[in-house]
Design a protein around this ligand. Structure first.
Ligand code: 13P
Ligand code: SF4
Length: 338
């Protein structure tokens, strides 16, 4: 005999949203979300953007609390740039495989071997690794920053070997690369991508530079999440193949519902392996909890914060001005202008 299921099924999304909307006003909080977050989180955020947009928003907000819906290194950057704010992350286990691929002590030893090199470090790294870097870069400002570095100055780029390889080729610069990579972008299959391209011969391929070269070689556009979004919105093709984390397809479908966006396939042609498992840890429920309890918070010692802030400040100074496409703002529920 089957026993009927009873008990508490937990709050509905609508109930969670109502609570989040009440709490964000009560706590004077701003909710920042990366394009790889679940669509429901993107829809309720005050700003959705790429790593650079979100760093800028974190540095300029006048909210008391920053709820960072993204991964830990992004929330750490918010704390480094806005130390007086309370910065909470829905799930403190939301790490990043690129960060994990670059342990601070190993990086410090590597950096010491190249004293004449300028150390450009991708923002996807720990605060400790940032302290050993000269300038932080993201995929949307890297090219612009490299162009400001004297041509005879060799570059040490960490931790993403694929972003580094792509930039070395694009800029024709001498670079030493740290051998790190993103587990998500490494899952795309070249064979399956070629198959998909033959099925959709008119569909441009847009790829993130964290993809390996054998994927980037098939791309019509390579860029950061915000750059990929702008590319597909501006382009008049009907169908696009997207080689990055599929969370971004939510914004594409919202902005261009008449177009079709196909996620680039993984190794078996249809796996879900290119969803970022770290980004996926953040849920509406955990977002409500961290806003209500103001925990878990990001804490960094003042010494480490100041050392990590110097290369981040240089990044902000050397970045191109924000483009209109960056940071999709939603009207704040609280009626405040952030
Ligand atoms: P963007 O800066 O392009 O948003 O990339 C962040 C990231 O983690 C990509 O995997
Ligand atoms: Fe890190 Fe890759 Fe996830 Fe981006 S997609 S946060 S690089 S693990």
């Amino acid at each position: 005999m089957s026993i009927p299921l009873t008990g508490n099924a937990g709050p509905t999304d609508a109930e969670l949203l109502e609570e989040i909307n009440r709490l964000r006003v009560e706590k004077n909080a701003v909710i920042l979300a990366h394009y790889y977050q679940d669509g429901k989180i993107q829809d309720l955020a005050d700003f959705v953007g790429d790593s650079l947009d979100l760093s800028r928003k974190a540095a300029s907000t006048d909210a008391d609390v920053i709820v960072f819906c993204g991964v830990r290194f992004m929330a750490e950057v918010a704390k480094i740039l806005s130390p007086e704010k309370t910065v909470v992350l829905p799930d403190m286990d939301a790490g990043c495989s690129l960060e994990d691929s670059c342990p601070p002590d190993d990086f410090a030893a590597f950096r010491a071997k190249y004293p004449d090199h300028i150390s450009l470090t991708y923002i996807n790294c720990s605060a400790a690794v940032k302290t050993h870097s000269d300038i932080i870069i993201t995929s949307s400002n890297a090219r612009h920053i490299i162009d400001q570095i004297p041509e005879d100055r060799p570059i040490l780029l960490a931790p993403d070997q694929h972003l580094g390889g792509y930039l070395a080729k694009e800029t024709n610069r001498d670079m030493v690369l740290w051998p790190g990579s993103c587990i998500v972008h490494e899952q795309f299959s070249e064979k399956e991508l070629i198959k998909l391209k033959t099925e959709h011969p008119d569909a441009p391929v847009a790829a993130h530079p964290e993809c390996p070269a054998h994927i980037l070689n098939h791309a019509d556009h390579v860029g950061s999440t915000s750059s990929i979004l702008k590319y597909v919105l501006d382009h008049d093709a009907e169908t696009f193949i997207i080689a990055t984390e599929p969370g971004i397809i939510h914004q594409m479908q919202k902005s261009s519902p008449e177009k079709t966006f196909i996620g680039a396939p993984g190794m078996d042609g249809e796996c879900n392996c290119n969803q970022c498992p770290f980004m996926a840890l953040n849920t509406l429920e955990k977002l409500r909890d961290c806003l209500r309890d103001l925990t878990p918070t990001i804490e960094i010692s003042e010494q480490e914060r100041l050392a990590a802030k110097a290369p981040l400040d240089l990044m902000l100074e050397m970045s191109p001005p924000p483009s209109q496409n960056q940071a999709q703002n939603r009207p704040p529920t609280s009626g405040r202008a952030y």
